[in-house]
Design a protein around this ligand. Sequence first.
Ligand code: IMP
Ligand code: MG
Length: 180
Amino acid sequence: MVQIHDKSFIPYLSEAQIKEKIKVMAAGISKDYADKKPLFIAILNGAFMFASDLFKELTIDAEISFIKLASYSGTKSTGNVLTAIGLDTDINGRHVIIIEDIVDTGKTLSSFLPQLEHQSPASIKLAALLNKPEATTHPVKIDYLCFSIPNKFVVGYGLDYDGLGRNLKEIYQLDDHVLV
Ligand code: IMP
Ligand code: MG
């Protein structure tokens, strides 16, 4: 059990379970992208640890770049606009693989992926560590996934609760068992 700010979390996915799934994912990507020199784009902050472990397991030539997504209020017609900060690589004609920590509602990626498609990559695929299918409001296609999890808040292995918990080697789930 770990305590972060005001909440308790219980162990959910062990370091060994995570590493094992990542190895399988990396083997699949290495096979699918042999000779394609894919460009990985990892979304900060949450995906940094997953991106690092996944990238180490690849056995093919590949590049990696990191971006942050920031949302700001656009015009009335555009609503909230997402921009990518730090994308310094030309993706035109490249095989791109987005690395994301978790697809929750899908809102972030369903707004960001079409923006990338406008830059004419050869292909775009999505690799996610976690997905909460029950939380989906904006469906996105996840091409490579490690774990499908219930709709409960999780921390650790890069994911935070209000800034903390990213350094945990395992993934912990919110303990919603209320003591009275
Ligand atoms: P989405 O747009 O709802 O799919 O989620 C976008 C982002 O919310 C993810 O990339 C995470 O950074 C964050 N997020 C969603 N669920 C969790 C969670 O359970 N723990 C920590 N961060 C989360
Ligand atoms: Mg994220």
